[in-house]
Design a protein around this ligand. Structure first.
Ligand code: A3P
Length: 335
């Protein structure tokens, strides 16, 4: 994809949002200034609500999925990176549509695999312990190349099932998926998009919700994403955010059984006790404080961080009854 390419607008190309914010000058935003995307990615019309003037979204249909990615990914040899991924039989992949409880499930899986039942969760951040398949290794994100991760490799991914490499499906690698009430995932994504310097979204929630239902957020259409994994629930362990809330002990037992790990009742209790919202928000290895320090997320922290509220049903503060009905009508229409 380094071949035929076009250069993206430089930082002086203002997009004209009414309350355009000064983009924080950080090593992360500096890294966005030279953006070159291959011609076979279709540019999505610019949305001025993304007040980072450097970001653009692109679309490409891959294995039947309308994959959406920001130029930030595409400039770094994205497809080459994906094509080069070779799953190993011992790999464990936690997949999700963003903002569905990925971090939570990752930490539970890491603890089950490492038998860690205490307050500590290793001596490194979750990003380092559990790198993301589709993000090229980046010092800003503190991720290691997957080749450098000792087995069993614990890997996060937002890729749809349709885009998992053949080697994931043929190697015997274990895949776990977490989904969440789409209304809460949408609210969470709205705040996240306001918080990260990649986007600095400043549109209204209804405007953002429309983008969500039109399938214009990374990694693409929500319903097709969830369906792709649920259709393979015979081999993928599918959990929900709401289950992690209502009976985390049961979820931990399911994870352990799926991964072939033995846990005592005391182990399960220890994991449950140290993975509640308050515990993970207090834990420097799970609270993503480094995003704010390194400039990936805004320093003001007005959005509450990666661990924002951690509740079921926050959507009630953002949807009227009629909006919820319309949204759920869309959600329940088959794809
Ligand atoms: P909110 O923004 O609604 O608070 P992801 O990890 O997929 O990006 O999802 C982030 C969402 O999961 C955030 O939701 C975050 O607060 C929530 N979350 C993460 N860890 C949690 C925990 N231990 N308990 C409850 N919610 C958690």
């Amino acid at each position: 994809m380094e071949g035929d390419s076009k250069t993206q607008p430089k930082s002086d190309d203002k997009m004209g949002a009414a309350d355009h914010l000064e983009l924080e000058r950080t090593s992360f935003t500096e890294s966005l200034t030279e953006m070159v995307v291959a011609d076979d990615w279709e540019p999505i019309p610019a949305d001025p609500n993304y007040t980072n003037p450097l970001v653009r979204f692109y679309r490409k249909r891959i294995n039947g999925y309308d994959h959406i990615a920001p130029n930030f990914f595409l400039v770094q040899g994205y497809e080459k990176h994906l094509a080069g991924f070779q799953a190993r039989p011992s790999d464990i992949i936690v997949a999700s549509f963003p903002k569905s409880g990925t971090t939570w499930l990752q930490e539970l899986v890491w603890r089950v695999v490492h038998g860690e039942t205490g307050v500590s969760s290793g001596d490194a951040t979750l990003e380092y312990r559990f790198p993301t398949l589709e993000f090229p290794p980046s010092p800003i994100m503190n991720m290691r190349p997957l080749e450098d991760v000792p087995e069993p490799r614990l890997i996060k991914s937002h890729l749809p099932y349709q885009m998992l490499s053949e080697s994931v499906l043929s190697s015997g690698a274990k895949v776990l998926y977490v989904s969440r009430d789409a209304r809460d995932a949408c609210v969470s994504a709205y705040h996240w998009s306001r918080m990260v310097n990649l986007y600095v979204y400043r549109g209204t929630f209804p405007e953002f919700r429309e983008r969500f239902t039109r399938g214009l957020l990374f990694p693409g259409p929500y319903k097709e994403h969830v369906k792709g994994y649920l259709d393979h629930a015979d081999t993928v362990l599918c959990l929900t955010y709401e289950q992690l809330h209502s009976d985390r002990a049961e979820a931990v037992r399911k994870i352990a059984a799926f991964l072939g790990r033995m846990l005592t009742d005391a182990d399960v209790e220890g994991i449950v006790a140290n993975t509640g919202f308050a515990a993970m928000k207090a834990n420097p290895n799970t609270n993503f404080h480094q995003w704010h320090e390194k400039g990936f997320a805004r320093k003001d922290q007005e959005e509450g961080g990666q661990l924002r509220k951690g509740v079921v049903g926050d959507w009630r503060n953002y949807f009227t009854e009629a909006e919820s009905d319309a949204f759920m009508k869309w959600r329940n229409e088959p794809v």
